[in-house]
Design a protein around this ligand. Structure first.
Ligand code: PHE
Length: 448
């Protein structure tokens, strides 16, 4: 076991790091995309409810496991276990989460690489390198290898520096920049023709759709992905929080930031789609639904930026830098899961563990790139549709059924002395015991 562990040096450091993990391509791309393909505002409404009612309690369970264990996911869960059987179960859940984080990073890095390449393209265009500009965004085999590698090495660079000088320092630098870019771009888009029509679609829910099973499944999956659940990431971030902090409030603040940024990203992207329509760009697919997914980000929006003339170059640059930063603060958390495991369980020196783990995951990305059309979807659904909900549900089972209620209370009381009389303590324990696992299981079974 390593002798000294890192710790976030301040409350704001933790909030920005955890929000950095939570806010990523899931918020800025995934959420608007899902909103577009699930009928607009009805999806937004369901998402908000599920994020607070199901994802937040599960998120609290993961943070608590980590802060109690003060260690990587496997060790933390094993500390809560009372016998050999439970310890084995703890290993499966903890290690499963770590594998899930690695799998997500292996495909996330490729998409993040695309974001980086699209932010380079306007620069190359401005300096007159038009051919190179086209090559970088061509998503060819070699371009994919290059940009995925560049992104992964940026992630490795930060994680090698550890918790305080790596994760915390960079989250504090990058998150405010990202939020400013997002707000600035949203304000700008709102001034353009067509934006108000998009705003209407985004904000007026068609209430008849809110109970559609597919919409519920997508909204819950989105909320879990967004809060990085079921991947050991929030367990390890929880383990770096000081015992003096009030976890209940910290968890709520991170959830609020995550949900608000998703909401804000919708305010940028859905109106931007309608601005594109006002410029003559087709924004509806053949079946009448709003274009979503990769075509939305890599075709509709770039066409819109092109139609804006020279300011469009600047807007495109800002937009894709925003995407790249959001991806980077998430990818560092994904790498931290496996790295902390290697450091603490196998006594590997941190820098070495980071480089080796990062390169192994990069090789997994290369395998995906070699058969992109099949492998990307395959790995993404394996990790996010199956891995994440199962592991997140098992974490709730651990907290609800295996961990002793008094021990939970003792842990949660640290930094929050009055918690016993709070609404949180009245609701959360049975919620985590019954409602969360059941609801997750139901949604999971439906999605099969
Ligand atoms: N929450 C991140 C996003 O929304 C993705 C993520 C998933 C990060 C799992 C860490 C672990 O993009």
């Amino acid at each position: 076991m390593a002798t000294s562990r890192g710790e976030f040096s301040s409350r704001i450091g933790f909030i920005l790091a955890a929000a950095g993990s939570a806010v990523g391509l899931g918020n800025i791309w995934g959420f608007p995309t899902q909103t577009a393909s699930n009928g607009g505002a009805a999806f937004v409404l369901v998402y908000l409810v599920l994020a607070f009612c199901l994802a937040y309690p599960a998120f609290m369970a993961e943070l608590l496991i980590g802060r109690y264990g003060q260690a990587n996911a496997v060790t933390s869960l094993q500390k809560m276990s009372k016998n050999a059987l439970q310890k084995n179960f703890a290993f499966i859940v903890g290690f499963g989460g770590i594998i899930c984080a690695a799998l997500i990073l292996s495909f996330y890095g490729i998409i993040a690489g695309w974001m980086m390449s699209y932010s380079l393209e306007p620069i190359l265009s401005v300096i007159g390198m038009a051919d190179q500009a086209q090559w970088v965004i061509g998503q060819s085999f070699y371009a994919n290898l290059l940009f995925t590698t560049a992104f992964m090495f940026s992630t490795i660079f930060i994680i090698r520096k550890g918790v305080e000088n790596g994760i915390e320092k960079w989250s504090k630098r990058l998150m405010p920049l990202m939020i400013c870019l997002l707000i600035g771009l949203t304000i700008y888009v709102m001034t353009l023709d067509g934006a108000m029509k998009g705003l209407g679609v985004y904000l007026n829910p068609d209430i008849s759709r809110v109970l559609e099973p597919n919409l519920l499944v997508s909204a819950l999956g989105q909320a879990f992905f967004s809060l990085s659940l079921g991947t050991s990431v929030m367990v390890i971030y929880g383990s770096y929080i000081s015992k003096k902090e009030n976890l209940v409030t910290l968890g709520a603040q991170v959830t609020l930031i995550d949900v608000s940024i998703a909401f804000l990203a919708g305010l940028l992207i859905i109106p931007a789609m309608y601005v594109a329509q006002a410029q003559g760009v087709a924004i509806f697919a053949a079946d009448g639904s709003l274009i979503s997914g990769p075509s939305m980000v890599f075709t509709v929006l770039p066409t819109l930026f092109d139609s804006m003339g020279s300011i469009g170059l600047f807007v495109a640059f800002a937009f894709f830098v925003l995407m790249s930063i959001a991806a980077l603060t998430s990818s560092i958390s994904m790498l931290e899961g496996p790295v902390s495991y290697a450091v603490e369980r196998h006594n590997v020196e941190r820098k070495k563990a980071t480089t080796i783990t990062g390169i192994v995951i990069l090789l997994m990305s290369f395998v995906i790139i070699s058969n992109l059309s099949f492998m990307l979807d395959f790995v993404a659904s394996l990790a996010t549709q199956y891995g994440q909900p199962i592991i997140a549900m098992l974490c709730c089972v651990f907290v609800g059924w295996i961990w002793n209620r008094n021990d939970i209370l003792t842990e949660i009381k640290q930094g929050n002395n009055d918690v016993e009389s709070s609404l949180f303590w009245k609701v959360w324990p049975w919620y985590t015991k019954f409602v969360c696992p059941l609801a997750i299981a139901m949604v999971f079974i439906h999605s099969l």
